[in-house]
Design a protein around this ligand. Structure first.
Ligand code: SF4
Ligand code: SF4
Length: 467
């Protein structure tokens, strides 16, 4: 029930974002989150969700290998906190809806808050029950909430949701959808008024809501939403979702980027990895498989909480950022798409053959903007034993970055270097350990044939990994 509470104490949005890997693009290079899978049930049925299908190799919302009771969740968190010094956020993101399982959700949040007061609490919801719990959310110390809003139009919603639950009964059709949309908007308004940083996730569903998204984005901004995260529909047949089974197409990376650009008045999130409901670690490096129940079920709750390690890491990151030099690099005139390979720490530190994803920067008006993280099915090189067996993986990778003008990486083999050039993608391998954004800008300058790139420092300092 809604117990309306006073607004959260004044902590600036900047402070709240500084260590949150989803709310801050910069933070995602250094900080980690854990999703505690304590909420199995859901109060609606989206046509893009099937919680019964799980595959350990998948990163997809609504997927979790193991469900946890609140006490188990605390034990898991103690275990993870002992080995993931980058941890900064604890979220409840399913596998069902956090607010369709309120007792389990709030019990978990309260246990976590008591034991780990330095970790930010986060939850995500479809918004149906949000007006009932906005007050309790803030009382539990949650300052970041994600609400999924795919449309403001009941007719469109009827194509996206099979049913919703009202007073314990399943309802479908436009009238029921009108109710869902009203509840979502009411809940968001309440959270914004209470000082919660609200992020809205919207699925881009080709042919259903693509034309509505720019208007949705504008409206969200007016409502006080902090950031809009437009994510591509995942609709593989094997997942058994309604959209998957009906063969509904997924958007391409380029379609997603173009919609994000059309919604650009509102702050856009471009680094989302569409994580599992039991994700652990940095967004680009999910370590959930290493923290299954059998690894923590027997452990006793330790007296400490690992805070000293996290504190040390936070100050090391601050020092690292200060040391890594100035990012004030200007690119050449013109527009370019640059793919950058990184395995973390926000610097160019990955071989082309090891990359499972590429950060895509658009260079425009002298600046670099991250517009997407394009994943590939598989990296083509696992080390010397397989190097040279490129095959279909390489074709998929070339296809993924086919519209990019250059790719910046630590190294690339001679044969693949030539192949990239033949495909009109310039491989750039002499910007090692340069911050990713600056590397994209320097690459664009290189493409335009500009020899001297104005930088406010003569050289970038090469930076290694923080230990
Ligand atoms: Fe699945 Fe979330 Fe939709 Fe519920 S709200 S059906 S858990 S995607
Ligand atoms: Fe962050 Fe996106 Fe993962 Fe949610 S799904 S935790 S927003 S990266």
């Amino acid at each position: 029930m809604n117990k309306c509470k006073p607004m959260l104490e004044k902590v600036s949005a900047d402070e709240r974002m500084a260590h949150h890997p989803c709310y801050s693009e910069k933070a995602h290079h250094y900080f980690a989150r854990i999703h505690l899978a304590v909420s199995p049930a859901c109060n609606i049925q989206c046509n893009y969700c099937n919680r019964k299908y799980d595959c350990a190799n998948e990163s997809r919302p609504g997927v979790a290998s193991e469900l946890l009771k609140p006490e188990e969740a605390l034990r898991k968190l103690c275990h993870v906190a002992g080995s993931v010094k980058e941890l900064s956020v604890v979220g409840i993101a399913g596998p069902g809806d956090a607010l369709a399982n309120p007792r389990r959700t709030f019990k978990t949040l309260n246990l976590v808050r008591k034991k780990f007061p330095d970790l930010a609490l986060c939850l995500s919801t479809n918004g149906l029950a949000l007006p009932d719990y906005a007050g309790e959310i803030t009382s539990a110390g949650v300052r970041h909430v994600t609400v999924t809003v795919n449309t403001f139009n009941p007719q469109t919603a009827a194509k996206i949701y099979k049913w919703i639950t009202v007073d314990g009964k399943k309802r479908s059709g436009a009238k029921a959808m009108e109710y869902l949309l009203r509840r979502q908007q009411k809940g968001i308004n309440m959270l914004c008024a209470l000082g919660v940083l609200v992020k809205v996730n919207s699925l881009l569903i080709p042919g259903i809501n693509d034309d509505e998204l720019p208007v949705i984005s504008k409206k969200l901004k007016l409502m006080g939403v902090f950031v809009h995260n437009i994510m591509p529909l995942i609709s593989s047949k094997k997942h058994g979702t309604a959209f998957g089974l009906s063969g509904h197409p997924e958007p391409t990376g380029q379609e997603l980027e173009s919609i994000r650009e059309r919604c650009g008045d509102m702050k856009q999130m471009a680094h989302c990895r569409q994580c599992r409901a039991d994700a652990v670690g940095k967004l680009s490096d999910d370590r959930f498989a290493g923290f299954r129940k059998d690894s923590f079920n027997e452990i006793l709750i330790p007296s400490g909480n690992g805070y000293e390690n996290r504190k040390r890491w936070r100050s090391q990151v601050a020092e690292f950022l200060a040391k890594r030099g100035c990012e004030d690099v200007r690119s050449a005139e013109g527009e370019y798409l640059i793919a950058v390979c990184t395995k973390g720490m926000g610097i160019v530190n990955q071989h082309f053959g090891h990359a499972k994803e590429f950060l895509i920067y658009k260079i425009k008006s002298g600046g670099a903007k991250l517009i997407n993280v394009r994943k590939v099915k598989k990296n083509f090189c696992e080390g010397p034993a397989t190097c040279g067996d490129e095959g279909s993986e390489l074709a998929d990778i070339l296809d993924t970055i086919s519209d990019c003008n250059a790719v910046v990486c630590l190294k690339v083999g001679y044969g693949v270097h030539k192949l990239l050039e033949q495909n009109g993608i310039r491989p750039i391998v002499d910007l090692p350990y340069i911050p990713v954004e600056a590397a994209a800008l320097l690459a664009s300058a290189r493409l335009s044939g500009r020899s001297a790139v104005p930088v406010s420092q003569k050289t970038f300092r090469k930076v290694g990994r923080v230990k």
